[in-house]
Design a binder for this molecule. Structure first.
Ligand code: BG6
Length: 458
C-alpha cells in the first residue's frame, strides 16, 4: 500500500456541482438561477445548463458508477433554485427536497459520504431581479433561510457542509452574481466587494446555525486557492506574489476561519475608494460564526512578478503581472501541471491554520476528448491524479490534516468557462456541446486508475 500513513477513514471522493451536471433546468418546480442565464447567453458558442449531462435523470446510474469506482465521498452541490425557485418563498419546493433526499440516502446506502455545497454559483435569478442579489443585505436573510432549511432537512444525514463555492471567483467574475462586467472598474468592484461582504455575513450566520444544531458536523467554505509563486527571488517579486495570494485566497480563509477581515484586504479596497456598508454587530457575527474546516479547490500554481510601472496606491491586480512557466506543461487553457505546488500550498495552510481539517474539494485536469472504440485514454489526467495524490500524501506526512481528496470531476460536465469541449471527468458522457447523442456513460482510463488506487489504500 503506497499511502499507508493515510487514515483508513480517508475520504477518497470525487466532485461535481448542480448546474454543471443536473440539467432538468425547469423540471419539478426548479426556478432559474444566474448560472442558467449566464449560460444561455453563451448558448450559441457552447453547451448551456438546460440538459448538460442529465444527472437529474441518470443519478441512480451515476451513483452505481461511484460505487463501482469505490468512492468514499461525493462532493456535490444542492441547486438553490430547486429548493427556493425564486429565492424569496417562505416554503421550500418539496420536489426539490425529495430529489436530494433520494440522492443522499442512496449515497449513504452505498457507503459514500455526502459532502454538500449549499451554493455553487447558482443564486436564484429571482433574488437578483428583486433586489440585486448579493449586492443587497437582504440576500443574507434569504441565504440563511435556505441554509436553515437544508440543515433541517438533511442535517442528520450530512456531516460535511460547504457554504459558498469560490467566493473570490464570484467577486472577480462578477457577472456570476449578476454584476455587469462592462462598467467602470470602480463601480463594478464597489458592488462586487459589497456583495462579498454580505456573503461573509451569510456564511457566518449559517456556520453558527449549523454548529449550534449539529456540533459534530463540519462546515466551511470551498475556497479557490491558487498557490502563487514569485517569478524571481527578488523581494519585489516575492512581495507581489504574497500580496496577490493573500488578497485572492487567504483573505477568504481568514474571514471564514478567524472571523476577521485582514487589514491588507481593507487597504486594497481603500485604493479603489470602495466603501463597504457595515453594521456595528457585524464584527460579532463574523467572529461567532467561524468555519471548523476548510474546503480547498486547487488546480495549479500561478507565477507573478511585480509590475515595474505600477505605483503602491494602485489596486493589487494592476501591481502584478502573470508569467507562464515555459518548463511546465499546461492544459490547452493554460492551467499548469505543478504537483509540488499542491504540497507547498498545503504546507502553507497548516502553517497558518495548524491542524484544521482540510478537504480537497476540487483538483483536476481538463482535456478535449473523444470516444474511440468506446474508450478514452486520458493519459495526462491519470498522470495528473497520480502525481497530485502523491504530493497530497506527502503533505499529510508533513503533518497537514487533509482528510479527503475529491478530484474535479467525477463525470464530464459543463465547464464554466468552456462548455463541453473542456472535459474533466473520470466518466465520459456521450454528448457534445450541441448534440445530446446517447448520453451513455463510459469509464475512462482515469476511472480504472483511481479505482485501483482507492482499493489499495482503503
Ligand atoms: C472551479 C469551479 O472554479 O473551477 C468549478 O468551482 C469549475 O465549478 C472549475 O468547473 C473549472 O473551471 P472551468 O471554467 O474550467 O469549468
Amino acid at each position: 500500500m503506497k499511502y499507508n500513513h493515510l487514515s483508513k477513514k480517508f475520504l477518497w471522493g470525487a466532485s461535481t456541482s448542480a448546474f454543471q451536471v443536473e440539467g432538468a433546468y425547469r423540471e419539478d418546480g426548479k426556478g432559474l438561477s444566474i448560472a442558467d442565464v449566464r449560460s444561455f447567453k453563451k448558448s450559441d458558442k457552447q453547451l448551456d445548463t438546460k440538459v448538460t449531462v442529465d444527472h437529474y435523470h441518470h443519478w441512480r446510474e451515476d451513483v452505481q458508477l461511484m460505487k463501482e469506482l469505490g468512492l468514499k465521498s461525493y462532493r456535490f452541490s444542492i441547486s438553490w433554485p430547486r429548493i427556493f425557485p425564486n429565492g424569496d418563498e417562505m416554503e421550500p419546493n418539496q420536489a426539490g427536497l425529495k430529489f436530494y433526499h433520494q440522492l443522499i440516502d442512496t449515497l449513504l446506502e452505498n457507503g459514500i459520504e455526502p459532502i454538500v455545497t449549499m451554493y455553487h454559483f447558482d443564486q436564484p435569478l429571482g433574488l437578483i431581479e428583486k433586489y440585486g442579489g448579493w449586492i443587497s443585505r437582504k440576500s443574507v436573510a434569504d441565504f440563511v433561510k435556505y441554509g436553515q432549511c437544508l440543515l433541517e432537512e438533511f442535517g442528520k444525514k450530512v456531516k460535511y457542509w460547504l457554504t459558498i463555492n469560490e467566493q473570490a471567483v464570484l467577486v472577480v467574475a462578477s457577472d456570476m452574481i449578476g454584476i455587469d462586467l462592462d462598467q467602470p472598474i470602480k463601480n463594478r468592484y464597489q458592488a462586487a466587494f459589497q456583495a462579498n461582504y454580505h456573503m461573509w455575513l451569510a456564511q457566518a450566520e449559517v456556520c453558527k446555525l449549523c454548529l449550534n444544531q449539529f456540533p459534530e458536523s463540519k462546515i466551511g467554505p470551498a475556497v479557490s486557492y491558487i498557490t502563487t509563486l514569485p517569478a524571481s527571488k527578488k523581494s519585489y517579486d516575492m512581495m507581489a506574489a504574497k500580496e496577490l495570494e493573500d488578497f485572492y485566497s487567504f483573505a477568504q480563509m481568514e474571514v471564514a476561519l478567524r472571523g476577521e477581515i485582514p487589514v491588507y484586504f481593507q487597504n486594497e479596497l481603500a485604493k479603489l475608494d470602495i466603501k463597504i456598508d457595515t453594521k456595528p454587530d457585524d464584527t460579532e457575527i463574523l467572529l461567532s460564526g467561524r468555519a471548523n474546516y476548510l474546503g480547498v479547490n486547487w488546480y495549479c500554481t500561478t507565477i507573478v512578478e511585480a509590475n515595474p510601472e505600477a505605483k503602491e496606491d494602485q489596486f493589487i491586480f494592476q501591481r502584478i503581472m502573470r508569467i507562464q512557466d515555459k518548463e511546465l506543461r499546461h492544459t490547452d487553457w493554460g492551467w499548469n501541471f505543478d504537483p509540488i505546488g499542491l504540497r507547498y500550498g498545503l504546507r502553507q495552510l497548516s502553517d497558518r491554520y495548524g491542524s484544521i481539517p482540510i478537504v480537497i474539494t476540487e483538483c483536476g485536469w481538463s482535456e478535449e476528448e473523444e470516444l474511440i472504440d468506446n474508450q478514452v485514454h486520458d493519459k495526462d489526467r491519470v498522470e495528473y491524479l497520480d502525481r497530485h495524490i502523491e504530493q497530497m500524501a506527502l503533505a499529510v506526512k508533513d503533518g497537514v490534516n487533509v482528510i479527503s481528496f475529491n478530484p474535479w470531476s467525477f463525470i464530464d460536465l459543463l465547464s464554466v468557462g468552456d462548455g463541453m469541449e473542456k472535459r474533466y471527468g473520470m466518466v465520459y458522457v456521450d454528448r457534445t456541446n450541441f448534440e445530446e447523442k446517447t448520453m451513455r456513460r463510459y469509464k475512462k482510463d482515469s476511472f480504472d486508475f483511481y479505482q485501483k488506487l482507492i482499493k489499495a489504500n482503503s
